[in-house]
Design a protein around this ligand. Structure first.
Ligand code: ZN
Length: 387
């Protein structure tokens, strides 16, 4: 068998495990005196983080992100960060906060405004200089943002979410401590968990499959299927939380190196147009995308291996060797129902939005990874089935 070429990049160091936040005191010895901490508003564990920084003798400046950060808020934090003369940045929160930290640490060492570097709404300039040292500490299990090379930024004025994208955005250090996710409330566990689950499924069938990523997906898909509902039903279940934190990490490693597919191709534009959690949108779309993708790919000659991958996914998630692709699709629908995840219509989408969603989705980076190129009609069918 000839080996497929691959390219794989990730954060400089990944530290994973229960109570791992404590190693921060070791890690920061190598950095300067002043830390800029970007954190969400509602994270009780931030006290522990600040205590570790204090004990290590660091000066701390805190920037609190009160809600999912948008471009104005991130621009504001960049201005404050530039004045702060900090030596390194710590991002502590959900995926959006971790992403905000990436943008801030990048713009600390690059001239101009954030908008200059954004795709779609800005000039799309490339970052010239490496980011400031950045330690990413996620407190939810979902985006895997601690190991990805993009930061998703909401631009309310244009009703879009766009990415700042560069290898310089890979954090210097990722610390994943599953204990930090114990206090995440059930609806957030459901949406972030479905994001993580989708992010190990889509890279396994993308156009850009990668042998290293395949290993992560083979590990992450059954693990996500087995643990998400337990973490949702019993938030204190540390083993389920730990497994979901691992699935989230595997998803981040996978999407950063093999891209995603139509679920994320649609979820980006829908997330910009409607105020719904990213993972909830992904969950609403995943069954229909899987079904239509599998149908279309089985019509293409020479794609038997790809069809087989859909079959493998169905077997892993159902735990049944005889499961069909359709069984897999139905299993995911019923998981989403158990997690009380609504369809797109309840999230505010109506059929009159389809044309605009399809138009924007076709241009998204994730859609380019989809295993087959979908026609407008097929996209419309997916949206219709996901309502
Ligand atoms: Zn996602």
């Amino acid at each position: 068998m000839t080996m497929k070429d691959f390219d794989f990049a990730t954060s400089g160091r990944i530290l994973f495990g229960r109570g791992k936040l404590d190693v921060l005191s070791e890690v920061i010895k190598y950095y300067g005196k002043k830390a800029l901490v970007i954190k969400g508003k509602k994270f009780p564990n931030a006290d522990k983080l600040l205590e570790i920084l204090h004990r290590a003798g660091k000066n701390i400046q805190i920037f609190v992100v009160p809600h999912e950060p948008d471009i104005d808020l991130i621009e504001q934090s960049i201005r404050e960060a530039r004045k702060s003369q900090c030596d390194f940045v710590v991002g502590f929160g959900g995926g959006a906060v971790v992403d905000a930290g990436k943008a801030v640490s990048a713009l600390l060492n690059n001239p101009g405004n954030l908008i200059d570097y954004l795709e779609v709404v800005g000039k799309g300039e490339r970052l010239k200089n490496p980011s400031f040292p950045y330690i990413a500490i996620p407190t939810t299990a979902g985006t895997g943002s601690e190991v990805t090379r993009n930061a998703v930024i909401r631009v309310p004025k244009s009703r879009v979410k766009v990415s700042l994208r560069h290898a310089y955005l890979l954090p210097s250090i990722a610390i994943i401590d599953p204990e930090l996710t114990l206090s995440v409330p059930p609806p957030v566990t459901a949406s972030t968990g479905m994001d993580a689950f989708t992010q190990v499924i889509e890279p396994y069938v993308t156009k850009f499959t990668n042998p290293v990523v395949d290993m992560f997906c083979r590990e992450g898909i059954p693990l996500g299927a087995k643990n998400l509902l337990s973490a949702y039903e019993n938030g204190a279940h540390l083993e389920a939380r730990e497994n979901m934190a691992y699935v989230s990490l595997l998803g981040g490693l996978s999407l950063a190196n093999a891209k995603l597919g139509a679920v994320h191709g649609f979820a980006g534009p829908i997330g910009g147009m409607f105020n719904a959690p990213h993972g909830t949108i992904c969950a609403a779309l995943l069954p229909a995308v899987m079904q239509v993708n599998a149908e279309q790919i089985s019509k293409v000659d020479g794609e038997e291996k790809k069809v087989n991958r859909f079959k493998e996914i169905a077997e892993w998630i159902t735990g049944d060797k005889a499961a069909t692709i359709q069984d897999g699709v139905e299993w995911i629908s019923s998981l989403a129902a158990s997690l009380e995840i609504p369809g797109l219509s309840e999230l505010g989408v109506s059929s009159s939005d389809f044309a605009s969603i399809i138009d924007k989705s076709k241009r998204s980076s994730s859609m380019k990874g989809n295993p087959v190129t979908l026609s407008d009609d097929q996209m419309e069918r997916i949206l219709e089935m996901s309502m």
